[in-house]
Design a protein around this ligand. Sequence first.
Ligand SMILES: [Zn+2]
Length: 91
Amino acid sequence: MNKNDDMEKWLIATFGRRAAGEAVESDETLPSICPLCGDVSDTIAKRRRNTAYLDDKNNWLISCKACFEEDYENFQELWEMIIIQADEEKI
Ligand SMILES: [Zn+2]
């Protein structure tokens, strides 16, 4: 089993079957201007972040796709560091 399999298992255990990046129907009215970068965009959606905040509302982001991808990449790097650290502690 490689690191990606471990991470995949961990993500599923943590988030259930809902994958990060999934856009969902929102009760909230979605803005036509991205709240993060201020660009007018037709890719604005409410998407599940690859975060694991206890308060689940923090695990969602309303933004354009580019801002979502930046957020995703930042947390992906953090998770990889955490997994590497955990591996080193096992040795
Ligand atoms: Zn944006």
